[in-house]
Design a protein around this ligand. Structure first.
Ligand code: 5GP
Ligand code: ZN
Length: 113
């Protein structure tokens, strides 16, 4: 997808601080971290948002959660963490390529305002 910043990170065109990569997903540190650990997990294929998934993405979405759980263990987030997807304008999504925020290392309040 042209002009998509996360597609460019996935292809290596734009550098990112990668923490994990396989054939389906890539995970990298957020540029503007909101917690001591703030990793973005994205599919390599362009999906604009959670509103755009299809039945064919079921395995991919499960895989993203497996990667999140694995990375949380790797980052030693033994007291818990937050896995967040912002969808659309009301959800606060600013980058239109599906991504999940894995955040930890501090205690979060709920609801988040
Ligand atoms: P959203 O608000 O769409 O859920 O989250 C987008 C996230 O992407 C933000 O937390 C923002 O800091 C991060 N971000 C935006 N551009 C870049 C970039 O070029 N590199 C990295 N590593 N993170 C980015
Ligand atoms: Zn994209």
């Amino acid at each position: 997808m042209e002009n998509c910043i996360f597609c460019k990170i996935a292809s290596g065109e734009i550098p990112a601080n990668k923490v994990f990569e396989d054939d389906k997903v890539i995970a990298f540190n957020d540029l503007n971290p909101q917690a001591p650990v703030h990793i973005l997990i994205i599919p390599k294929k362009h999906i604009a948002s959670l509103a755009d998934i299809t039945e064919q993405d079921t395995e991919l979405l499960g895989h993203i959660q497996q990667v999140a759980s694995m990375l949380a263990k790797k980052m030693n987030l033994v007291d818990g963490y937050r896995l967040v997807n912002n969808c659309g304008i009301d959800g606060g999504q600013t980058v239109l390529h599906l991504h999940y925020h894995l955040m930890g290392g501090r205690t979060f309040a709920w609801p988040a305002g």
